[in-house]
Design a protein around this ligand. Sequence first.
Ligand code: ATP
Ligand code: MG
Length: 175
Amino acid sequence: MKGLVHIYTGNGKGKTTAAVGLGLRAWGRGMKVLMVQFLKGMESGELIAIRKLGDGFHVNPGIYMGKFTWNMNEKELAQAASLQKQQFEYAKNEIMTGKWDLLILDEIMAAITAGMIPLEDVLAFIKGRPDKLEIVMTGRNAPDILIEAADYVSNIQEVKHPLKKGVAARRGIED
Ligand code: ATP
Ligand code: MG
């Protein structure tokens, strides 16, 4: 089976959870799933769940920098950029082992938008992937060039979000 490329983008809630849901479905069918996260690294409920699934579903959460990119100084930004590049290199090396059937690049769009991972490198990565590898990418503002290269693109648009009413992030729902 030839692997296809998915994108979950848009400003609404549900991109990462959709990607994890697809990963869970694939895992259930015996596929080997790898999720690599960008610009994140905070503990989240799905990471706790995935660790219980054994070797067939692995997450590399990256390293949490403790703040958003827009609050970082130049030195912190350079450090964050280097960490994102490391995550991308990790994903590249892992897929070349042929061990994985589904790769989730969570929040890769944010790393691209922040100029930390070159768009051309991501495009080359997709084009040069092993034939059977299915790839899922998430994050707001997916660049047109990736949308063109993908097979499934879902734009999750916010209609309502309780944060707008002042409801803070809730355990197990937002994290
Ligand atoms: P989730 O992880 O819940 O599937 P997501 O991956 O679509 O959400 P991100 O853009 O990665 O959303 O943002 C991560 C966090 O921001 C999550 O806690 C999510 O619930 C929250 N969030 C998502 N969309 C919105 C929004 N439109 N307004 C405010 N917060 C949001
Ligand atoms: Mg997300």
